[in-house]
Design a protein around this ligand. Structure first.
Ligand code: 5GP
Length: 307
């Protein structure tokens, strides 16, 4: 593990609100304690760090995390803390992704993103790390919300300071919500504007949806891709498309094991893709929710079976 810590690393799949350390969560909870004591006490119990929980339960944890980061001050704090923690783990290049949120009387999506971007610039001045941002489209929030996120991303592209920091869009959110084909027009427009697209695909078994997305030619990187390879029940056609397009996979070992989509590190699909010499990158996904770090994911990656 010390060796993994000493390596300079690249993190390409980290959700901002899922990456909060215990220290940051406790700081935010204590700042709010007087306002809403009962709720916050039960929230603290619910988000007990790193426990085994289903994918569905993970999304309940995100709802709690969102309720303690629902203001601009909290957004500034978490952005700076998360970036500094990745830097302390010797991450030299970080792509952080987050879903811009409009919270009535508290913040607009633009204020949310401006705050994240400003805090990113500040954090980069303090630590030896380069950070870029992906704006996330949450498939549970509907297509109209996705259009407004794209509009925001487009506005940043011509911004002097923030422009170079915005590198693309992510599509995430509960894989059981909505249908990604409804988002194709938004993603087509995003591609036309030069935005790169990282899309969560096949996190659960979903060959038809995954094929539709891949055949659209819009996807630049696949998040998770847990159910693509034949051993996990993916079709030959799906596997062939991923191979032909040579699409890199962002693999998050602890996330998959703790949310129960993969049995153990030695069963992880990293082994399958490594054997095929396919491009993969090891990532944390949500280092706070899954109580991990990129160094620990590298360490786990070394245990993955390739035969
Ligand atoms: P945020 O976008 O609020 O900064 O980060 C948390 C959000 O990222 C969650 O509400 C969810 O939409 C998305 N997210 C985090 N982890 C996962 C994951 O493992 N799978 C999917 N599909 N979405 C995730």
């Amino acid at each position: 593990l010390d060796y993994c810590r000493s390596l300079p690393k690249v993190e390409l799949h980290a959700h901002l609100n899922g990456s909060l350390s215990d220290a940051t969560v406790l700081k935010l909870l204590s700042a709010r304690e007087q306002q809403d004591g009962d709720f916050l006490a039960s929230a603290e119990v619910t988000i007990k760090r790193g426990h085994q929980r289903t994918l569905e339960e993970c999304f309940q944890v995100f709802r709690i995390l969102h309720s303690i980061t629902d203001n601009l001050e909290a957004m500034q704090t978490i952005t700076q803390d998360v970036i500094q923690e990745f830097a302390a783990d010797n991450v030299k290049y970080l792509e952080l992704r987050t879903t811009p949120k409009n919270i009535p009387n508290k913040m607009t999506k633009k204020e949310y993103m401006d705050t994240v971007l400003e805090a990113t610039v500040e954090a980069m001045k303090k630590s030896n790390i380069r950070v870029c941002l992906l704006l996330s489209i949450d498939r549970a929030r509907g297509v109209e919300d996705a259009w407004s996120t794209l509009q925001l991303a487009k506005e940043y592209l011509t911004h002097d300071v923030f422009g170079p920091l915005v590198c693309g869009l992510d599509v995430s959110g509960n894989p059981h919500s909505g249908d990604l084909k409804d988002y194709l027009p938004v993603l087509q427009e995003a591609q036309k504007c030069g935005l790169k697209l990282a899309v969560h695909l096949a996190e659960v078994s979903s060959d038809t949806e995954t094929l539709t997305m891949l055949n659209s030619g819009l996807v630049d990187r696949i998040g998770h891709g847990t159910f693509i390879h034949p051993d996990a029940g993916g079709s030959k056609e799906l596997h062939a498309v991923v191979r032909k397009q040579n699409l890199p996979l962002e693999l998050c070992i602890s996330s998959n094991i703790k949310s129960g989509t993969v049995k153990s590190a030695c069963h992880h699909h990293l082994g399958f893709w490594k054997k095929e010499n396919h491009p993969v990158v090891i990532c944390t996904d949500d280092k706070g929710v899954f109580s991990t770090s990129l160094s620990e994911e590298f360490y786990l990656g070394a245990q993955v079976r390739t035969i």
